[in-house]
Design a protein around this ligand. Structure first.
Ligand code: SF4
Length: 335
């Protein structure tokens, strides 16, 4: 994408965005234009207006519990802590035993979260048995909404079972729709398997969650990945993560993704998906600063769900109280 955008071109793109007419050239114009602070502010304000009109200012706060299943991706993704040669970094994604998951679910429920996301690794051969054993125990421990984020690791019959069970959503992150960039970052993962799984979730009518990563491929790839999500009729969540280099990983020295680009992409996504739960996906253990940037997304049209509590095997990041305070300052209500 080239550098500057004439003012009339930016304003026209903004108008199209407000009307929900977001094709790739419009999205690119908005992203380029938002490099200037005054236009970024205009973009955020327009996206927030769309959010407020369609969803209001009620904020749901979620807890994310890592890792409820281990990860069999080999080699592990180049940006993930699991690929770190530093033991103290790698061990943060140590899988939890069943009773450890339940203890954390109870603790999250006591903190008053609205929803709990159970996050695990990817098994292209399936994690059906573990999930079918774990989930009823989790349900007994909490009345909060439950979502799953364990990659394309479930069979069609388990997805049907999950629908009956009443999970709030099933995530599967494509990260980037650029297959070459996907394979460079995730050489052991399955691009086609993820797309097929997402299609299956959608076909079964289960609410789908998708995460795309700023920092894999080009800014245009990021926009294409966001707009590609329009193919899913049952898309319920779309999150944008920002690549952050993790010590000891093969990508430890790669340039981080720009938080400003993530925020602008989020605002553009709001135009394309006015009714969706949209936000920044923060991986607190890999990028602790990212969690603190969370409230910024509310001013950029994000929401209405925000991760406030991340619980790992050895670490717990709890920003619920500060998020509740900040949300109240911005006119949001929380539970
Ligand atoms: S699939 Fe997820 S948990 Fe597994 S290596 Fe990749 S990023 Fe890490």
């Amino acid at each position: 994408m080239t550098a500057s955008v004439p003012v009339a071109e930016f304003e026209e793109a903004l108008e199209r965005g407000r009307r929900g007419e977001v094709d790739l050239p419009t999205a690119e114009t908005l992203l380029r234009g938002a490099r200037r602070a005054d236009r970024a502010a205009e973009l955020y304000s327009a996206a927030s207006e769309v959010r407020d009109r369609r969803l209001g200012r009620r904020l749901l706060l979620t807890a994310h519990i890592h890792m409820v299943t281990d990860c069999a991706v080999d080699p592990p993704c180049k940006y993930c802590s699991l690929s770190s040669s530093i033991a103290s970094v790698e061990r943060e994604r140590t899988p939890l035993k069943g009773r450890e998951v339940i203890r954390r679910v109870v603790a999250a429920t006591e903190r008053g979260v609205d929803g709990i996301v159970l996050v695990g690794g990817t098994h292209l051969d399936g994690s059906d048995d573990e999930l079918r054993t774990l989930l009823p125990k989790v349900r007994d421990a909490t009345s909060a909404d439950l979502a799953l984020d364990i990659g394309p690791s479930l069979s069609e019959s388990t997805l049907e079972w999950l629908k009956e069970f009443g999970v709030e959503s099933v995530y599967c992150s494509i990260e980037t729709i650029n297959e070459r960039a996907f394979s460079a970052a995730k050489p052991g993962d399955g691009y086609a398997a993820r797309l097929e799984f997402m299609d299956r979730v959608d076909r079964l009518g289960l609410p789908l969650g998708n995460i795309v990563m700023n920092g894999l491929g080009s800014p245009t790839d990021l926009l294409r990945s966001i707009l590609h999500s329009r193919r899913y009729r049952h898309l319920a969540h779309l999150h944008i993560s920002t690549f952050h280099p993790v010590p000891g990983t093969p990508w430890a020295h790669r340039r981080p993704g720009s938080p400003a680009t993530s925020l602008a992409a989020l605002a553009i996504a709001r135009f394309a998906f006015p009714d969706l739960q949209l936000g920044l996906a923060e991986v607190g253990i890999e990028d602790p600063g990212g969690m603190r940037r969370g409230p910024n997304q509310l001013a950029a049209g994000g929401g209405n769900t925000l991760a406030g509590l991340l619980i790992y095997k050895y670490t717990r990041i709890d920003l619920l109280d500060s998020l509740r305070r900040r949300a109240a300052e911005l006119g949001f209500t929380t539970a």
